[in-house]
Unconditional design. Structure first.
Length: 238
């Protein structure tokens, strides 16, 4: 029997911010173009597949304080941003979508008797990437590794990974995050390395080519005095 999930479990991160508490809906939409190749004598039209496309849209509620949704999203119109959308409870192994998105529309609306609402629309560039969570959004205060994710087989098509760091504290804190892979879930090697993060709201998408082994996991190293970082990591095998 299928295992369904409630919409309340979804979460949305963008450019190092967790927007989940402001949003009431999120849609990741994909479509594919087709080109007609019908020839003389045919009774039915024929098509061949063309380019794929994807968009992102969200709706939620306005808040205008420091670090709130209006400050974070309003100024980004027309720029390329990094998004991770988790469509189920955020946990290691959960399915997610990662994407580079050009924010194309940001609307704020008010009406008598209702909460002030916001709507965000974005055009994905490079398509949507089906990913798995390697580190659910949460705090870490010491160096460690995440649980491994079993992808059933290796791939030769590379990997992309999405990191969002929503909070940081400590004296000169540092965070170094890697994606590691393994053929046997025992011997691990570095696969993708993010730039070092030293403050809140850091984010990055990185991509690597070549073989990605069956198992992948997060590895993170914290430095400084009393470091504490809250971050999320997801990776998509391409």
């Amino acid at each position: 029997m299928p295992s369904f999930t409630h919409g309340k479990e979804a979460s949305v991160l963008t450019n190092g911010y967790d927007m989940s508490a402001y949003l009431s809906s999120v849609t990741v939409a994909g479509e594919a173009e087709v080109a007609e190749v019908t020839t003389l004598g045919a009774d039915d039209k024929a098509y061949i597949p063309g380019l794929r496309d994807a968009t992102l849209s969200t709706e939620g509620f306005y808040a205008g304080g420091t670090g709130d949704i209006d400050e974070v999203l309003a100024a980004r119109l027309g720029t390329q941003t990094v998004w991770t959308v988790v469509m189920q409870a955020d946990a290691v192994g959960a399915l997610a979508y990662g994407a580079r998105v050009i924010d194309t529309s940001y609307e704020v609306g008010a009406e008598l008797g209702g909460a002030v609402a916001v709507t965000i629309e974005g055009q994905m560039t490079g398509g949507r990437e089906a990913a798995r969570v390697l580190h659910a959004l949460g705090s870490e205060t010491a160096t460690g590794t995440g649980a491994s994710v079993d992808n059933s087989a290796s791939t030769a098509n590379g990997l992309s990974a999405y990191l969002h760091v929503t909070a940081a504290s400590g004296t000169t804190p540092t965070l170094d995050v890697k994606v590691q892979h393994s053929a046997d879930d025992a011997t691990w090697a570095d696969l993708a390395t993010f730039a070092q993060v030293t403050s809140a709201n850091g984010y990055e998408r990185i991509a690597v080519t070549g073989t990605v082994n069956r198992y992948i996991r997060a590895q993170f190293t914290l430095g400084g005095t009393s470091p504490d970082f809250t971050f999320h990591l997801a990776a998509a095998r391409l």
